[in-house]
Write a protein of this length. Sequence first.
Length: 91
Amino acid sequence: MEQTISITISGLVQGVYYRHSTKEKALELGISGVVKNLPDGNVHILATGTADQLDELVHWCKQGPPHAKVKSVDVENLERQVFMSFVIQRS
């Protein structure tokens, strides 16, 4: 059964291809949703998938792409949302 989570990643996560890498990982895992940069320097993800898919994405987020320096990953369960694919939302 699919569920939706909100993930907020802090640290050095902008300017290191975090959003692009997140999209690649989400598509590889079969997850739909959206990733965007936040004004405070964090990255925010809304992701819908199975518990196993989402667990794997959260695990990946703790490391991120090669040049990222992740400080924290906050996860929150949300009411299920439907996305057509996984996209990068630009400001």
